[in-house]
Ligand binder design. Sequence first.
Ligand code: NAD
Length: 486
Amino acid sequence: MSHPLLRHYIAGSFVASSRTFDNVSPVDGRVLGQVCEAGAEEVDAAVTAAVEAQSGPWGGWCAAQRADLLERIADAIERRFEDFVAAEVADTGRPVQQARSLDVARGVHNFRTFAGLIRQSGGEYYEMRAGDGSDVFSYTVRKPHGVVAIISPWNLPLLLLTWKVAPALACGNCVVVKPSEDTPSSATLLAEVMHEVGVPAGVFNLVHGFGPASAGEFLTRHPDVDAITFTGESRTGSTIMKAAAEGVREVSFELGGKNAAVVFADCDFDAAVAGVLRSSFTNAGQVCLCSERVYVERPIYDRFVAALKAGAERLKIGYPHEDGVAMGSLISRKHRDKVLGYFELARAEGATLVTGGGVPVFGDARDDGAFVQPTIWTGLGDDARCMREEVFGPVCHIAPFDSDEEVLRRVNDCAYGLAAALWTRDLARAHRISRRIRVGMVWVNTWFLRDLRTPFGGARLSGLGREGGRHSLDFYSETTTVCVNA
Ligand code: NAD
């Protein structure tokens, strides 16, 4: 990114603040620029702008007008598609191809999807006869909450931010967004797009900064925020929930995972190996849906471990623009140290290292970046910390199993409950097991594929509520019942 200073966007203007922090490239440790850090004052200005916009002309826009606006936002992102790709790649170090096909493409798709959904959304209507013989008509009206705070993580910055901004605006809310301190660039571009397409001042506001004692905490504690939607770590979700309890604000949480992939002996072997390779190492394992626990039915266990090892060793790690690169850096040195800490812990817990386990050596500037080798362990007990805690890096553990009941019990013996992937040709078994896995999303013979109209979210430590399709519309709106005695 060439921006020397990334600013907040408040009440329709880009504004700087006196405190700034470095935006650092995870590829080689270079400082890319400075980012303004919002204090309580900037956050208050953003929330106040949102409150005022809500009671201005925006409050009178109908659903079709908001849908048109969302389409214009999608068009504008498409016009600046390569700028968004460059921003995402600079902040995250991911392969350019991934930023194009996944991150930015989904950003566009999120706005188009919710434009379509809000156009089609209707309410309920009932008729009854009252005791005095008069007709009674009851119907529902969907209204915005008012001001929605949107707090997003660094792993899929634009995708996850727009997944919430699009339905929030579709429902007529005003938003204050706080992207991760590690990925401020694409959110700033999004603010530029909002400005370009004429989103009314105060409807979309952006504040940069950190979580505790910074923009994130000031935002979630602000009394004029009506609802909070958050994607990030489970621990952070718990902190935000406490802040939301004050004033009984609504929350929607998409949190961490410790997801399982279950490979049955009757699977399409090559498809399962390719699928688990993707589900464990996509985005260097920094996807909440990644499989960190892989269970393989005993008859194919040894063959599967060997095949996944070969696949992981073929993954090319490197610069985002390199031909054929499959894995970029992790998000930061700090995160790399956390992941390497788990590598250390796995050794101490008695894991057998199948491949990886360290840092690649390039002999160039990338040695100052945040790269980690794709890593596979075996031999850990189900109670090992590395089997229970989310690592959020390019790593999985493979364990053998002998029966459906056994694997179901082990998959469910987990504090998280986000997703699971089953690899089998026996679809009856897949249905039976899917019903009993305690997660929000089960894939059968695939991974990550989603129809954006379906509900998405996690159980237990993995989240609260569901977003996606009409579930998003339900979260981002209040329903009023109007009862007419005619
Ligand atoms: P994080 O919780 O550290 O930070 C997420 C966001 O919250 C950032 O913007 C951060 O600044 C802010 N924040 C931190 N502390 C805060 C506080 N006290 N008050 C208000 N805001 C605060 O998470 P991360 O490291 O950025 O993201 C990785 C995590 O996100 C992983 O656990 C991953 O599984 C999870 N995740 C979940 C989903 C999902 O859909 N379930 C999707 C992506 C990522």
